[in-house]
Design a protein around this ligand. Structure first.
Ligand SMILES: Cc1ncc(COP(=O)(O)O)c(C=O)c1O
Length: 397
């Protein structure tokens, strides 16, 4: 038998930490175990009907059955630029500063592929979304984690990075509202980021996948809003969470024209554009009524309040997330995040993601998703409470 040798660029890809957990949970569910799965990040709210309706109509039009323009329908690129200008007051050239993506996940990989050489250094948030690591590993570059600590409000402290690391770094990933930290960005932080990036000639890739899911009427600025941001980087956006369209696979990347050009060249070699009917539905999402976003935020915020209140009632003093659809929960002393997640799974039938899966500084936390109804979230808190590991006094924090 001929030996099939797989290229190193595949074999060196990091093992997906959560795939074991997901496999185990799926097996237990198939066996009929009563589990509440708060471990994943898959939106459960259906896509708004006017977007689904547009897809149904677009599918009937045979013009959508052909290849579309490789860089995406011009009307979609224009709709993206218009939506972003309306939301953030940032003007973008739809021809040069916008690229359509098969979901932002693909773009987060592509940006490393386009910008990093083997041996280059890339800064990543720790804890952070593990998919940043894939593109970095694929091209043989190295990653250095920037610790995101509660005492620094989950922002990196650029002044703490070793000078040689800051000098050598070529690319940096950031993510606000953060997965898993749930932190919102501030203008001051983005301004500091632009200064740091300029001083050290680092390109910034800001992942804004949760940009629309902001609670309590607060604001989360866009990276490109800040003066000079377009010279140093790009921002990744996604319809997955903003319009509950995760399965549709539509994202976009905006900003620096040189980076957009490189990503477009790569995509022209890899793909022939998204299904045009899906692109027309994406136009409907971006140009249609936006109150569906506010309604989604209302649902997630109400779930957040119910769940956090439930956890505080069982004596687990946890902070309220400011955005995203996750809760980032500091765990009691004496457990590792993996031990606590296993305990919840085995003894309470509640699945959460152990923080260490997001990087070494995720240790000490577990992540829970608000992707089920309030009764189920209340029940999850009750089951966790029955473990008896949290004090029973009611927190007022
Ligand atoms: C932080 C973050 N960025 C990006 C993505 C990718 O989103 P999509 O590829 O659906 O646009 C996710 C998905 O869970 C995420 O959590």
């Amino acid at each position: 038998m001929q030996e099939i040798r797989i290229a190193k660029r595949i074999t060196r890809l990091p093992k997906h930490f959560f795939s074991d957990l997901v496999g185990r949970v799926d097996r237990l569910l198939a066996e009929g175990k009563d589990l509440i799965d708060l471990g994943r990040g898959n939106p459960d709210i259906p896509t708004p009907p006017h977007i689904v309706e547009e897809l149904c109509q677009a599918v009937q039009d045979p013009r959508t059955h052909r290849y579309g323009p490789f860089p995406g329908l011009p009307e979609l690129r224009e709709a993206i630029a218009h939506w972003y200008a309306q939301r953030y007051g940032v003007k973008l050239d739809p021809g040069r500063e916008v690229a359509v993506l098969f979901g932002s996940k693909v773009g987060l990989y592509e940006v490393s592929y386009c910008l990093l050489e083997s041996g280059d250094l890339c800064l990543v948030p720790d804890p952070g979304y593990p998919d940043y690591w894939s593109g970095i590993a694929m091209v043989g570059a190295k990653q250095v984690g920037m610790p995101l600590l509660a005492e620094n409000n989950f922002f990196p402290r650029y002044e703490d990075l070793p000078r040689d690391v800051a000098r050598a770094a070529k690319l940096m990933f950031l993510n606000y509202p953060g997965n898993p930290t749930t932190t919102l960005a501030t203008r001051e932080f983005f301004e500091e980021t632009v200064r740091f990036a300029r001083d050290n000639e680092i390109i910034v890739a800001h992942d804004a996948a949760y940009q629309a899911l902001i609670f309590d009427g607060r604001q989360n600025p866009s990276f490109l809003e800040v003066e000079g941001a377009k010279e140093v980087g790009v921002e990744f956006c996604s319809l997955s969470k903003t319009f509950s369209m995760a399965g549709w696979r539509v994202g976009f990347v905006l900003g620096n024209a040189e980076i957009i050009r490189a990503i477009t060249i790569l995509q022209n070699h890899l793909f022939a554009g998204l299904f045009p009917a899906v692109q027309r539905a994406a136009v409907a999402a971006l140009t249609g009524p936006q109150d569906c976003i506010a309604e989604m935020v209302r649902v997630y915020q109400s779930r957040r309040d119910t769940f956090i209140e439930g956890l505080r009632e069982i004596g687990w003093n946890v902070p309220k997330p400011g955005g995203s659809f996750f809760c980032w929960l500091p765990i009691p002393a004496g457990y590792s995040s993996l031990e606590l997640a296993n305990l919840f799974l085995e003894k309470a039938g509640v699945v959460v993601a152990p923080g260490v899966g997001f990087g070494p500084h995720g240790e000490g936390y577990v992540r829970a998703g608000l992707l089920t109804d309030e009764d189920t979230l209340r029940e999850a808190a009750r089951r966790i409470g029955e473990l008896g590991i949290f004090g029973q006094e009611r927190s007022t924090a």
